[in-house]
Design a binder for this molecule. Structure first.
Ligand SMILES: N[C@@H](CCC(=O)N[C@@H](CS)C(=O)NCC(=O)O)C(=O)O
Length: 243
């Protein structure tokens, strides 16, 4: 059975949504980010970037066990394994990959920065308004990019695909990010369609009780998540080798 290293955040939901959509059995291995599970030697062996999600599939290619980190790579793997939500035909496949890469390189990181400034930056001294606006504007622009393409397409790359599953979780936070989604007519229609899919709802409910957006964080967990440098992660990587 596939093991999913997971915390209930948008990057984690991408994978639970896909697993639910494909009815692939999976086991959750919780990763407590505030407590530093992402730096444990066994996890770093699977995910050297010290980030979740990651999966281990005992039944990988050529019947060999495989571990995969990076949500986009995991989605492609699951799409190929299941034969679902990632077209086999090259022309259509590349259209899905375009939007998947757009999500992992653009929408995800930008929305992630908005999340940082909305949910966490108040814990740190200084005026963060320039940075917060910078990322909110970029998020706003990216939502309009989606709205433009969804004017002519029902889904981002034609049919419902891993590109939609990757993007949806990062749109769900729009209220906390003070965005009026109704100003994006086509995006709103797409958002409501995905929200009403049972597998999307089920995927987003996984580990719901451990969600902590906007909650007060301890100084230890803030340090764990936002205090890392080259030196600190070098130490953790060395522990991995010593173990
Ligand atoms: N590019 C990565 C991003 C993953 C990511 O940023 N995960 C966050 C949670 S949403 C994480 O694990 N953070 C742990 C940390 O910052 O120490 C992906 O798409 O998988």
């Amino acid at each position: 059975m596939i093991e999913l290293y997971y915390a209930p955040t948008p990057n984690g939901w991408k994978i639970t949504i896909m697993l639910e959509e494909c009815s692939i059995p999976y086991k959750i291995i919780p990763v407590n980010l505030g407590k530093g599970d992402q730096f444990k030697p066994d996890f770093l062996r699977i995910s050297p970037n010290n980030r979740m999600p990651a999966i281990v599939d005992p039944d990988g290619p050529n019947e060999k066990k495989i571990s995969i980190f990076e949500s986009g790579a995991i989605l492609i793997y699951l799409g190929e394994k299941s034969g679902k939500f990632l077209p086999k035909e090259n022309f259509e496949k590349i259209k899905v990959l375009e939007w998947l890469f757009w999500q992992v390189g653009g929408l995800g990181p930008m929305a992630g920065q908005v999340s940082h400034f909305v949910n966490y930056a108040t814990n740190f001294p200084g005026d963060h308004s320039y940075s917060e606006n910078r990322y909110k504007n970029e998020y706003d622009r990216l939502l309009q990019v989606m709205d433009n393409v969804l004017e002519n397409n029902e889904f981002l790359a034609g049919n419902y695909s891993i590109a939609d599953m990757a993007s949806f979780p990062w749109v769900t936070a729009y209220k906390r990010y003070e965005v009026d989604l109704d100003k994006f007519k086509n995006l709103r229609r797409w958002f409501d369609t995905l929200k009403n899919r049972p597998a999307v709802r089920k995927g987003m409910d996984v580990g719901k009780e451990a969600r902590n957006f906007g909650q007060k964080q301890t100084s230890e967990s803030l340090k764990m998540m936002f205090g890392q440098t080259a030196d600190s992660i070098k130490k953790e990587a060395k522990k991995k080798l010593d173990k």
